[in-house]
Write a protein that binds this ligand. Structure first.
Ligand SMILES: C[S@@+](CC[C@H](N)C(=O)[O-])C[C@H]1O[C@@H](n2cnc3c(N)ncnc32)[C@H](O)[C@@H]1O
Ligand code: SF4
Length: 416
């Protein structure tokens, strides 16, 4: 729950800088993965977790994106989907149970038939209630032709901007069409899927409030079920190149644009996290990290969090294939966290999801109160901005992990 009374107080100040630096230091300290032969054990409870499935292929690569992905090759991708299903069976054999599946990418919808088979297989093994997929605007037509709108409950489509100039800058205009064309594609898909989310990036260098305001007006006329606004993030591995090509992003402008999002979106949408808004309050699946303390990830470059341990699957497609073929889970690295760090992580995630935390971390609570992150029993607008900034830092930390794991790909796979 959020209280917008302090909306005008959203700004980037010294406390925001300190909080973001502290988060940066914490992620650097804890998100250090070591090689391990330790793997997931037999599941001893009957909890239903979330199954995350990573599809690391894209038809072309966007210059700002630091997620784990390769340029699409059909044969490699078909083999990969087969291996994924083996891995799913291994997790099933260990006794894990799932009620929802989140396909993340990459472009999860790049081979609709394989995706469809994989969904069917997951449903045959587990009692799955909800399927979410990330995708691009190009996939919508073929998903509908393959009847996948009947199998996917929530489809998240990366739009990034409804401004043609920004689409050209981020090299998506030629690949995915003009803003108008993308608008039409999404419009035709709304209503067919149970829920459509669109991803928008804001705070491009020199982006004005008028420009973002136009994007939001377009969104309000399109009325997707959910919208996620990501602040533009220069991951540490891409920062130098992007700053040179596009210029620096401004923290102060990020705060102004965040305030504008809250001001305009709250008239029609309900805020579900510091970044996500939904039109209806039901039928929407939140980003998986908010709802679930534990999840299992399958596929190359997927992470699992169980107990006090973060496990990482190999980022190498060759090693992935070799391990699965030998009947081994493809986990190669892990990090074990102290109890307090887990509580702090859960607290950040709960607050990012605009839920008051149940972690009883009194010192952190005091700091947040002094910052003005709460307004009576609700999260304040200033607090929502702070949690957006902290989540951005956490994403940076995960980008560092991905960059380290991917730096070995040249020797492991002979490719990048
Ligand atoms: C893993 S991507 C998958 C989306 C899909 N492949 C596409 O590009 O349409 C999920 C979302 O992360 C966001 N994203 C990726 N890189 C980002 C960056 N550097 N800064 C901010 N948001 C980013 C984009 O909004 C993107 O739609
Ligand atoms: S933004 Fe989406 S399409 Fe572009 S490289 Fe990243 S995952 Fe692939």
């Amino acid at each position: 729950m959020i209280n917008y009374k302090d909306l005008n107080q959203i700004k980037w100040n010294i406390q925001t800088t300190i909080a973001s630096k502290v988060m940066g230091i914490a992620t650097d300290k804890y998100l250090r993965l070591s090689p391990t032969s330790h793997t997931l054990g037999i599941c001893k409870d009957s909890n239903k977790r979330l199954l995350y499935i990573h599809i690391p292929f894209c038809a072309s690569l966007c210059p700002y994106c630091s997620f784990h992905k390769f340029l699409f090759d059909e044969n490699t991708a078909i083999t990969y989907f087969e291996l994924l299903r083996y891995e799913m069976k291994m997790v099933y054999n260990l006794g894990y149970k799932f009620d929802s599946v989140y396909f993340g990418g990459g472009t999860t919808t790049i081979l609709p038939l394989e995706l469809s088979k994989t969904i069917d297989y997951a449903k045959s093994l587990f009692d799955i209630k909800e399927i979410s997929c990330e995708s691009t605007p190009m996939a919508l037509k073929s998903l509908i032709e393959h009847n996948l709108h009947k199998k996917i409950d929530r489809l998240s489509v990366g739009i990034q901007s409804f401004n043609d100039e920004y689409l050209k800058q981020i090299q998506r205009y030629k690949k995915f069409g003009s803003a108008q064309e993308q608008y039409e594609k999404v419009k035709n898909a709304i209503g067919l899927f149970k829920a459509i989310n669109i991803d928008i990036i804001y705070n491009y260098p020199n982006q004005s409030e008028e420009e973002l305001s136009e994007d939001i007006n377009t969104i309000l006329s399109l009325k997707p079920n959910q919208v996620t606004f990501y602040p533009l993030m220069y991951s540490p591995s891409l920062k130098k190149t992007l700053t040179k090509q596009w210029g620096k992003t401004s923290d102060e402008q990020e705060a102004k644009l965040y305030k504008l999002i809250l001001e305009k979106m709250k008239s029609m949408y309900t805020q579900r996290s510091s970044w996500a808004w939904s039109l209806q309050s039901k039928d929407i699946i939140d980003e998986y990290v908010i709802e679930r303390a534990e999840y299992i990830g399958i596929g190359s470059g997927a992470f699992s969090f169980v107990g006090d341990t973060l496990y990482a699957n190999t980022f190498s497609l060759k090693i992935y294939e070799a391990m699965i073929t030998q009947g081994k889970l493809p986990i190669t690295h892990n990090a074990v966290f102290p109890k307090r760090a887990i509580k702090q992580y859960r607290m950040t995630v709960e607050l990012f999801g605009l839920q008051k935390s149940n972690e009883h971390l009194y010192f952190e609570e005091l700091l947040l109160k002094l910052y003005g992150a709460y307004n009576k029993d609700a999260i304040s607008a200033k607090g929502a901005f702070l949690f957006s900034v902290l989540m951005k830092e956490f994403y940076n930390g995960m980008d560092n992990v991905r960059a380290t794991m991917r730096s070995k790909l040249k020797e492991e796979d002979g490719l990048l």
